[in-house]
Design a protein around this ligand. Sequence first.
Ligand code: PA5
Length: 525
Amino acid sequence: MWSDFKENYFSFDALKFAIDVSRVGFPKNYFEDKSAMLDKAFADMRSLEAGAIANPDENRMVGHYWLRAPQLAPTEALCEEIAKTTEAILSFAADVHSGKVSGTAGVFKNLLCVGIGGSALGPQFVASALGMPGKDKMAVYFLDNTDPDGMDAVFAALEGKLGETLTIVTSKSGSTPEPSNAMIETMARYRAAGLDFARHAVAVTGVGSQLDKKAVEEGFIARFPMWDWVGGRTSEMAAVGLLPAALQGLDIRLLLAGAAAMDCQTRVPAVKENPSALLALAWYYLTAGKGEKDMVILPYKDRLLLFARYLQQLIMESLGKEKDLAGNVVNQGISVYGNKGSTDQHAYVQQLREGVNNFFATFIEVLKDRETASVPVNADGATSGDFLEGFLLGTREALTEKGRASVTLTIESVDAASVGALIALFERAVGFYASFIGINAYHQPGVEAGKKAAASILKIQARMIEFLKACPGEKFTAEALAEKLNLENSVEIVFKLGMHLSASPTTSVTATPQTPAYNTTFFYK
Ligand code: PA5
């Protein structure tokens, strides 16, 4: 094992980062055997970074690497715009912190971030990885859904504080239903508190989008751009992520520098010097290039808890594709889940150790426990942090003993630079892997289809209400109602919508329960 380790442990000291692929079980000469595939991936990445249309389905360039190295952007104008936006974010954050830009009730103390998917997961991850509640310049809250009850919980925490709460509405398209709904609900709360929402609002969105127009019309305090060449899930280092981070008081320059340093290393066209290539190659070998095994993310650090959720989107939304670039049906992807160690050892790690062997683990080891000294917690003088490391190493051994593969990533500490570097590491690994399997990692037709599907369901609901309202008191089963509306193929949807409407205090649609429940009748009161 030690000799395997020496051969497969790659440490990048300037990045304070190491990757250990010794427990992947690469066959002998695997790197050499895959050299043509790797060379193609390096070439694909070079052309992507040079400004090729690397997202052909949307006819777009893919430029998240330029965000931390604007000088690499393909035109002078783009370079200037990136640099100008970062400066504008820093200066806006300074104005908010100093009180030059303030709310109706004075200096902004709270930040409410409205957004979903790529417009929320990065900011949420970075806020919890680097923030210190109580000590941050602003307390950060998120509305990342259209769940009314979830929103109520956030609004309850902000009760009486909206006059000192800055709301950022983030949506690249500017028309995604969830953030749009959450913004409307937020506006209603400000209004109910006698406050002008626009005086407390900022938009991060594509220029000319529905949200952008609204921000202009209503006079939001500021607007920051979201460019079409940055995908939602790779937008942490665009205004999407940098603005909330800077407002929270996090060091966004260091975040960018950490990502830029990792980018430099992951441009090297030699697999053993390129941590993202090593990672992508491990994924390829372990999943047979077909997603045959799930990726379990196990950071042994509370601050990295949300990294698994963040990676779940980055990897699954990028790689989970029906077709390859040539249009063949391939149904690709790698399933990702995870939480944190050692907490997970008291949950699903039982199955990882002894159950179905359908996964590989990615351990994330953080060498530094905390900034201050720790008290001993056992008779040998071991600390809580020693236990955490012990659990990581012990679990890794146990998995290896049972023939379960793992990769280990090591960082020195969780700080802005290492978080930036981790994000950049995985972004590039996703790019390499997409090249290995020949798919477009930068579009999301499934997400777009989901957005449209909800709209057609809501049209059915509107027709149901209109019909019931026209004959108040008259009762209809779902089947009868569907027939009246020529929706015979959607009876189940009519039934489900009827049940939901009648449970809600908002509409006057009422249900008379029947047995069996699917014969329940609905009427307008
Ligand atoms: O990564 C993506 O592209 C998606 O997850 C989007 O971020 C998500 O659908 C939100 O879209 P928008 O920012 O346009 O509201």
